[in-house]
Design a protein. Structure first.
Length: 342
């Protein structure tokens, strides 16, 4: 596996640049490196926090990104984390968010890194899933590349899966002041990164062993909305065409402190209803019972709407794969046939 994570956190700017230096940016970047190195799904060899020399220029950042992108393979994840200043000049052709690098100067767009270049390198990576976590001002405008308000698949073909998770939902300003409600080193991070990092460090009470994009999004949102330390901006997940079920990080919460597994349906009718709501939830559990799987496929196939029939075909394809042993397949198929004959 050659999943790659690159963390970009330019914290220091020239005194006369007009851009504020923030210790919280450096702290956040350092902590992302630490947390990813300690996550069994990533590890120190698969993640890099760019050094002060690299984040000095756009060229330094892009060289490092390109190198990491080129190392990814089709089964991998390419994760880019940016913590810093964001800017948006609407008078530039094809206006787009610009990221600061340490040599950037206020109101000199050409000294900033255009998000277009970052997207371009991500798009070219072979990784099956590309994720950009952006903790900066104007990050809510990130999907607006070019004239289109939203450009689906901007990081690659739609079926590859792409996701942009941003610090701000609909306001220009992301806060750089640390959140006092966060413990230890996290209090010195920016609020969005501090809260997100705490979830990566401590895990969530969700039953799952790994955090999916969906679980992570919900956990960060929940934490920030109810934070006692400050009224935070609520982050948003934009441009999410990645499947919510893609596993991204290890859930570090001890298994005995997590919620028990969600209640699984019993009757075939209940299974059909549950799978229609969330087709990936519990399908593995259903497939442990060949007869019940047959009943559910029969129910769904006998309905007239497209969604039910589509789901039936999907489960049937999965069952054909799974029940390769002839008796197991017979148990499944008998139920399907019997129900369809009635
Ligand atoms: Zn907070």
């Amino acid at each position: 596996m050659a999943s790659r994570a690159v963390v970009i956190g330019p914290a220091a700017y020239a005194d006369d640049s007009g851009i504020q230096s923030h210790a919280s940016i450096a702290q956040s970047a350092r902590m992302y490196g630490e947390v990813l190195a300690g996550d069994a799904m990533w590890g120190a060899d698969n993640c890099r926090v760019l050094g002060a020399d690299e984040v000095q220029t756009a060229d330094g950042v892009m060289r490092a990104l390109k190198k990491a992108a080129d190392e990814t393979e089709p089964e991998d994840i390419f994760l880019v984390v940016y913590v810093g200043h964001g800017q948006y000049w609407s008078d530039l052709p094809g206006a787009q968010v610009h990221f600061s690098v340490s040599s950037s100067r206020e109101n000199n767009p050409w000294t900033w890194l255009s998000s277009w270049y970052v997207y371009r390198v991500m798009r070219q990576a072979r990784a099956k899933l590309k994720v950009l976590i952006a903790d900066c001002c104007y990050s809510n405008l990130l999907p607006q590349l070019g004239e289109e308000p939203v450009l689906p698949g901007v990081l690659g073909d739609l079926d590859e899966g792409t996701c942009v998770f941003t610090a701000v939902k609909n306001s220009a300003n992301a806060s750089a002041e640390g959140c006092s409600a966060l413990p230890g080193d996290l209090a010195g991070c920016t609020p969005f990164s501090g809260h997100l990092l705490r979830i990566l460090q401590e895990g969530t009470k969700d039953h799952e062993d790994q955090l999916t994009i969906g679980l992570l999004r919900e956990a960060v949102k929940r934490e920030m909305e109810s934070c006692a330390g400050a009224r935070h901006q609520v982050p948003r997940m934009s441009l999410n065409d990645a499947r919510d079920g893609t596993r991204l990080f290890t859930n570090q919460m001890a298994a005995n402190r997590r919620d028990s597994a969600p209640y699984l349906p019993v009757a075939p009718e209940d299974w059909a209803r549950t799978l229609m709501l969330d087709r990936d939830s519990g399908l593995d559990d259903l497939l442990k019972d060949e007869r019940k799987t047959g009943d559910v496929v029969a129910i769904l196939s006998s309905r007239t709407d497209d969604a039910s029939r589509h789901l039936a075909r999907r489960i049937d394809a999965e069952a054909n794969n799974r029940f390769s042993e002839p008796h197991a397949f017979a148990r499944y198929w008998n139920q399907v046939e019997k129900a369809l004959r009635v």
